[in-house]
Ligand binder design. Structure first.
Ligand code: NAG
Ligand code: NAG
Ligand code: NAG
Ligand code: NAG
Ligand code: NAG
Ligand code: NAG
Ligand code: NAG
Ligand code: NAG
Ligand code: NAG
Ligand code: NAG
Length: 874
């Protein structure tokens, strides 16, 4: 989300003042029109999908929906509108909050960022970022990180914690926020998101999977008074096989909320795109929770309600702090005048209340005890109001528990060793070291001196934007190295000093590459890496080259948001070892020295490809920079992103997806292929929907949204109430969107439960194999399973290998073995059939191959299994 988009919004506010503020009130006409899409390429379509399928038909949620139905059936119109609508920017402790229905014990629901810990608070943990969690390839660690984030959210009284991120997926290597998700592959994203969601939600907090969908570039994603946000134009198969895939896994894991993105999809704004919200998410994927808008991503009241939005955040209209809204009092009006069917409002509220029950928040859940707006103990309760009552806003509750342990484990087990000539690593504790680069040291401006981490100064622990958390402290590499080797000289500078190096001196050079969210520009990079490109920042390449000229042994340590170019130095003879430490969070130093000095072998693997240069990517994944008119971002590379492209174009990258060395070596052996559920061309028929809650359909009396007598309202705070409710009732016809209808759509055949037809998750094959540590040091191996599908049989083109499953061993001592089991589902072997609108698989898995190895590259494959023939060494 963009709760910190204040500077951007203030800019808009100024523009709005120059124009006329009244034009930005929700305009009834505007509400129905699709966003302007004159320039949508003619071969993309925006299907309509109405009405919104009601929630509550999946058995996993039936108890929660039954409780919700009792409550919602007794709610007044004002209470219902309260639960769906944010009360305005800066109108409470969290980045967003709804109104309340206290008669039923439902408080103002607090929503807070973000995916790597609690944003803008104190006594919290700054966890490693999503990309770091992905690089561990360790499901248990990813789950444990989710639990810890959930515990911290609950401890601060947050109802809805906004993470994890699977979109952007990493289509564009320069895109600003690819570090918030888990890596450039749908299965890696999906598995990691499901673990994170289950971990977070085990604590009772509602997780938010975001951003739905195709938010693959930061620049121009937002609609402003001067420009409409870009449109991601995509074909149906690519959407299903790449971008929708991790969302399906998240829905299957039971995620409580999903955030609708800023961008358009095929020319229709994400928050009012009935095809993606009603059709794909709520019907095909069977999502039972609620859809929340990204902050200020809502641009129509009626249109967004009809298209399937359930909660508007932060509640204001297009411009904050003007006291206007698309919902709140406008939604009350739209119900009284019959334009938004009462059934739709009932479904919105039921979805939100059912989610609250599903996560057990009716049982002793704390209220917010922190403020995202200030670090002071006391202050205004509603900073957005000119005259606000004051009180205690921060209780400084320490929620860190023992989470530094899990934070360090994730950061350590993500560290990815790319080069290690002649066992340069690990270092001995008394080695004579010279350390270069500001990335080894602290932020010279002070810890957290840049709001939302909007600078690149010192050790890079995370990117910038709303997806950050304040550091309670940071262990810098400098501190941690000093603890391990007193014999170290530090040159915490980005220019190479004049030094004389003895023959056995070792140089460690720290470099980094940063990026973030579009509301902050850092060193001329507006979120996306426009200026820096994929190179190291602050002359990092030059620093390595100069060190390599002076020292015969150079170790490069990289903190990076994503792919980074290394060609200027990777083949220099003195560059002996290279470690990618990703974005480690607060435990940066200790997690690194755990590996540098050999207490642990590195066990991370790249969650993306590292190319030789950017020309190796398809042109269509470059950033689009266009000042006027709506950008049409066509996904013409289709399914061929990251390694899928490199395989298809037959380009050997510098380092392949999944790559990562260890201090030891592993042998995969004794592999067996077991057949499970027999694989038919299409899955068996989906289960029918169970009935959903029903309510009275008569429009409630207008008096239900009259101001309560003696109500002490707060200026600019957003309410459901109307000054003259009777005037809102109307029987005038309403110009509904084209394609609008009220009779339910036939249930899509690919649906049937959370995530889709449950048969898609039948295990159809399992590969078991033995992993043996064949080296002389302890270490952990990752077995990655890639599928090779028969494109001819399926009638589509396909990359030769696609990741579908992985497992990581425990720490294996030299000579020790562990058996890993890699189940493969029906969906893992299927492609999206655009005609039948279902998942299509090769019958009985004929001609399917399973490749198991330590990266996607053929030379890193150890085992290959063929259906009907069994397994052998690759
Ligand atoms: C976008 O347009 C393409 C081409 O017409 C179509 O295949 C696809 O289903 C559309 N997707 C959405 C979400 O509208
Ligand atoms: C709501 O009203 C129903 C009767 O319609 C009643 O049985 C139920 O107890 C009420 N529930 C609450 C939470 O007030
Ligand atoms: C709606 O929520 C506000 C807080 O945002 C609260 O003051 C008001 O009492 C609520 N209205 C009803 C009818 O519960
Ligand atoms: C739409 O047309 C463009 C230009 O011809 C092409 O590159 C793109 O693949 C087409 N998209 C679809 C969904 O057919
Ligand atoms: C949903 O219910 C099924 C069957 O009762 C169960 O196997 C599954 O684990 C449940 N999923 C979730 C996310 O609760
Ligand atoms: C009903 O109210 C909504 C919200 O103000 C408005 O957008 C819509 O145009 C109204 N419908 C009619 C028929 O006036
Ligand atoms: C603040 O957090 C503590 C510990 O989680 C909790 O006990 C308390 O109820 C919270 N404060 C409020 C006002 O809910
Ligand atoms: C952290 O503390 C919890 C209980 O407070 C305990 O269950 C857990 O094992 C501890 N975790 C670690 C990694 O020590
Ligand atoms: C690795 O060590 C061997 C034996 O000491 C030496 O011959 C070789 O040149 C070294 N390789 C590199 C790349 O330094
Ligand atoms: C235990 C702890 O770290 N407490 C800190 C909580 O936050 C306040 C305000 O930032 C600090 O003063 C405490 O030291």
């Amino acid at each position: 989300m963009a709760g910190g988009i204040l500077p951007f919004l203030l800019g808009l506010l100024l523009l709005a003042h120059c124009a006329s503020a009244s034009t930005h009130r929700s305009n009834p006409k505007q509400n129905t029109e699709k966003q302007k899409r004159d320039s949508l390429p003619t071969n993309y379509t925006t299907p309509d999908y109405y009405p919104t399928p009601n929630g509550g038909w999946d058995s996993n949620w039936s108890a929660a929906y039954a409780k919700a139905q009792k409550v919602v059936s007794n709610m007044t119109l004002a209470e219902k509108v309260n639960i769906t609508s944010g009360t305005g920017y800066l109108m409470g402790p969290c980045v967003g909050q709804t109104g309340s229905a206290l008669r039923f014990g439902i408080p103002r629901i607090c929503l807070q960022d973000g995916p790597l810990g609690i944003r803008n608070t104190d006594n919290n943990t700054a966890f490693p970022a999503g990309v770091t969690a992905g690089a561990t390839w360790d499901k248990d660690l990813i789950y444990a990180r989710g639990v810890a984030i959930g515990e911290e959210a609950r401890g601060k009284g947050i109802n809805v914690q906004m993470g994890p991120v699977v979109g952007p997926i990493g289509r564009k290597p320069r895109s600003g926020r690819i570090w918030e998700g888990f890596g450039a592959d749908p299965s890696l994203q999906g598995i990691a998101a499901a673990q994170t969601i289950q971990g977070m939600q085990s604590t009772g907090v509602i997780a938010t999977l975001k951003h739905f969908i195709l938010n693959e570039q930061e620049m121009y994603r937002m609609t402003s008074v001067v420009q409409v946000g870009y449109s991601s134009d995509i074909d149906d198969r690519t959407l299903h096989e790449i971008y929708l895939w991790p969302f399906a896994e998240g829905v299957k894991a039971g995620v409580g909320s999903i955030m609708a993105a800023y961008n358009h999809v095929n020319g229709s704004l994400s928050t009012q795109n009935s095809q993606i919200l009603n059709g794909l998410l709520k019907d095909e994927l069977g999502f039972q929770g609620f859809v929340v808008s990204d902050w200020y991503a809502q641009f129509g009241g009626v249109s967004s309600a009809l298209a399937g939005l359930d909660m508007a955040m932060p509640g204001d209209g297009a411009i904050p702090l003007l006291g206007d809204s698309f919902w709140n009092y406008e939604l009350s009006t739209a119900i009284l005048n019959g334009t938004v069917p009462l059934e739709r409002l009932n479904d919105m509220v039921t979805r939100i209340v059912a989610t609250w029950f599903q996560l057990g928040q009716d049982d002793d859940y704390p209220e917010p005890n922190f403020s995202t707006n200030t670090e002071d103990a006391t202050g205004p309760l509603y900073p957005g109001a000119l005259f606000s009552p004051s009180g205690v806003v921060n209780q400084f509750v320490n929620v860190q528990g023992n989470h530094s342990i899990i934070a360090r484990e994730v950061a350590r087990d993500a560290i990815t060793l790319l080069k290690n000539v002649n066992q340069t690593l690990p270092l001995s504790k008394n080695a004579s070291l010279s350390v270069f680069g500001t990335d080894a040291g602290p932020n010279s401006g002070g810890l957290n001196s840049c709001s939302d981490m909007g600078c690149d100064n010192g050790i890079l622990t995370m990117g910038w934007g709303s997806g950050t958390a304040r550091l309670p402290y940071v262990i810098t590499p400098q501190q941690a190295i000093l603890n391990n080797s007193a014999n170290t000289q530090f040159y915490v500078s980005d220019s190479f000093p004049s030094v004389t190096a003895a023959a056995d001196d070792i140089a460690i050079v720290f470099i980094n590459a940063d990026s973030g969210e579009n509301y902050i520009t850092v060193e001329s990079n507006p979120g996306d890496r426009t200026t820096a490109g994929l190179n190291a920042w602050h002359g990092g390449d030059d620093l390595v080259v100069k060190a390599a000229a002076k020292y015969s042994t150079v170790i490069v340590v990289i903190h990076t948001v994503g792919p980074i170019l290394m060609e200027e130095w990777i083949d220099l003879p003195s560059v002996k070892a290279v470690l990618v430490a990703h974005l480690p969070g607060q435990e940066a130093g200790d997690s690194l020295t755990d590996v540098l000095f050999g207490d642990y072998s590195p066990s991370g693997h790249l969650p993306y490809t590292i190319p030789h240069n950017e020309f190796e990517y398809p042109a269509s994944v470059g950033l689009i920079d266009q000042l006027l008119g709506q950008i049409q971002d066509q996904f013409t590379e289709r399914i061929y992103i990251d390694y899928r492209h490199f395989l298809q174009a037959n380009i050997t990258p510098r380092f392949p997806f999944g790559y990562g060395l260890s201090y030891t070596t592993f042998n995969f052996s004794d592999a067996t292929l077991t057949t499970g559920t027999s694989l038919t061309e299409y899955p068996p028929a989906r289960p029918a929907k169970s009935p959903t809650p029903t309510y009275a359909t008569t429009i409630p009396p207008a008096s239900e949204v009259a101001w309560p007598t003696g109500f002490n309202s707060i200026w600019r705070y957003l309410y459901p109430y109307l000054d003259d409710p009777a005037a809102a009732t109307s029987t005038a016809p309403y110009p509904y969107p084209t394609g609008y209808k009220t009779t339910p759509q036939p249930a899509p055949r690919a649906g049937g439960a959370q995530g889709g037809n449950p048969a898609l998750w039948d295990t159809v094959f399992t590969v078991d194999l033995k992993v043996t540590n064949t080296g002389t040091t302890s270490g952990r191996a990752v077995a990655q399973l890639y599928v090779e599908l028969p494109g001819d049989t399926l009638g589509v083109d396909l990359p030769p290998r696609q990741l579908r499953q992985f497992e990581k061993t425990s720490i294996l001592a030299p000579g020790d073995s562990e058996t890993l089991s890699l189940p493969v589902t029906r969906k893992d072997l299927s492609v999206w059939d655009v005609v039948v609108q279902d998942w299509k698989a090769p019958v009985n898995g004929e001609d399917v191959k399973f490749w198991i190895g330590e990266s996607v590259a053929l030379e890193d494959m150890q085992i290959v299994c063929t259906v009907g023939q069994g397994c052998e060494s690759a």
